[in-house]
Design a protein around this ligand. Structure first.
Ligand code: ADP
Ligand code: MG
Length: 458
């Protein structure tokens, strides 16, 4: 089924903008949810990562906005700062057709002062994490009296993170006539409670959680739990994926696996809830720019992040909830290419495997661990190396400055420079592994924007 955005009651400017963004037709979750949301109904929408949920609620919350009223008319609550940043970015893209719509993010981990300043200037749309939004409400620097639309994005994850009470507190300070939209990848029991308490006759739409069989090849391996870490190593050396995520249950399991892999010269980094924001930024930048092969993550830390198109997903331990399993493996497979999902199953996890089989309505594809032979003895090295520069946005550093410093005057060919990620106080640039030394030398001996800056290889 294909559906054109033009079938919806949207402004001509919005339709033209969607076209310019290359959104030629609605994704299935958009086609199901937008007609209901644009009528003003409350809605619970469930669909996997990458299905276009952000644009769905983004379009819906922008439609009734009054640009001349500078109070907060739409609030999107997200579990983490990264997600809030991603959502704000998408809403800004969607809003660029309309007059001057201000989209502001309010997240923890950054100073209050500038946020208060921005709030005083007025913002039509606020995207934030529950804790920080709550604090602004408590301080009186934010009021939600004029709110039309409340969106709970990644609601399942916000519940996992223990945000129920914060969300309830925030909702208590919004007008009763608001529209409430809830988006989630899975549907745990807590969602029912949120809906029953805070939503008015919500409609529920769900896009088939299962991937079509041809798209992801799943293989299951029975293991002795004591061989778990070695089994991951065998999978990696056999399939040699250039980028993969290995899902673990706990921070400790992540740490152990990372150490195990690093000891065998496989570039692996851990992503879990206890990392400082700055370390998280660094891990994600290194994974995205292909200087880390294996991201070892907990579900909570990885969920909702824009990590998709992986060559392989490894379930170090099976997920307790089969929907979480489906969600994990959905991250594998680049556009048009087949993904690979490898699951390790200890005997104690047999019931989890059964639940997955029931949900898939197809038998699991079991393989023997002994059938895995390393394809080569070469270590599994990523194609890129990351250099960290101790300066960032706040130093008025721009990607072009870094690129210029690397490539200028018979320097490194531009093709050997990869992603550049800028943060407030640091920047990460990926370069081809083969020119890492040369790049470090150029950056640390030369000048960037006329200044010497501290640079190190990560
Ligand atoms: P989700 O929140 O469901 O995980 P996102 O909202 O992050 O998914 O969307 C995934 C990607 O799909 C984004 O890069 C977005 O720009 C793109 N996208 C969204 N809607 C459309 C559309 N109608 N046509 C083409 N691409 C789209
Ligand atoms: Mg999303």
């Amino acid at each position: 089924m294909t559906a054109a955005f033009a079938s919806l009651p949207l402004s001509a400017a919005m339709l033209a903008n969607l076209d310019a963004l290359g959104y030629t037709e609605m994704t299935p979750i958009q086609a199901q949810s937008l007609p209901l949301m644009l009528k003003g109904q409350d809605l619970i929408a469930q669909a996997k990562t990458g299905s276009g949920k952000t644009a769905a609620f983004g379009i819906a919350l922008l439609a009734p906005l009054n640009p001349r009223f500078f109070g907060c008319q739409a609030l999107v609550l997200c579990p983490t700062r990264e997600l809030a940043d991603q959502v704000a970015k998408e809403i800004r893209r969607l809003a660029r057709a309309a007059d001057n719509i201000k989209v502001l993010t309010l997240c923890g981990g950054v100073p209050f002062g500038p946020q208060i300043g921005s709030l005083e200037h007025g913002a039509h749309v606020i995207v934030g994490t529950p804790g920080r939004v709550q604090e602004h409400l408590r301080k009186g620097t934010l009021t939600l009296d004029g709110l039309n639309t409340l969106v709970l994005d990644e609601a399942d994850r916000m519940l996992d993170m223990g945000f129920y009470d914060s969300i309830a507190d925030i909702i208590g300070q919004t007008p009763a006539r608001r529209q409430t939209l809830l988006f989630s990848a899975t549907y745990p029991a807590g969602i029912e409670q949120l809906a029953a308490t805070f939503m008015k006759a919500p409609q529920r739409v769900q896009v088939e959680a299962l991937h079509d069989d041809g798209q992801i090849e799943q293989r299951f391996y029975e293991i002795d739990p004591r061989q778990r870490l070695d089994a991951v190593l065998r999978l990696l050396l056999h399939f040699r994926p250039q980028s993969s995520v290995a899902f673990c249950h706990t921070r400790q399991q992540c740490q152990e696996l990372v150490e195990h892999l690093q000891a065998r010269k496989i570039s692996a980094l851990a992503l879990h809830g206890d990392l400082e924001q700055r370390d998280r930024d660094q891990v994600l930048a290194m994974f995205a720019n292909r200087s880390c092969s294996v991201l070892v993550a907990t579900d909570v830390a990885a969920r909702g992040l824009d990590i998709a198109g992986l060559e392989a997903v490894i379930n170090v331990e099976l997920a307790r909830d089969p929907e979480v399993h489906i969600h994990r493996i959905g991250r594998s497979g680049r556009a048009g290419e087949k993904g690979l999902a490898l699951s390790l199953v200890a005997p104690a996890e047999a019931s989890r495997a059964q639940a997955i089989e029931n949900l898939q309505k197809a038998p699991l594809n079991w393989h023997e661990l002994d059938s895995l032979k390393p394809k080569s003895d070469e270590p599994l090295l990523p194609p890129m190396t990351t250099l960290c520069i101790a300066a960032g946005r706040k130093d008025k550093l721009r990607p072009g400055d870094i690129l210029g410093a690397l490539t200028g005057e018979a320097g490194i060919p531009g093709a050997q420079v990869g992603k550049i990620a800028l943060f407030d106080f640091q920047a990460y640039v990926a370069v081809d592994r083969s020119v890492a030394r040369q790049a470090l030398k150029r950056l640390s001996e030369g000048k960037i924007k006329g200044r010497s800056m501290k640079v190190r290889v990560l």
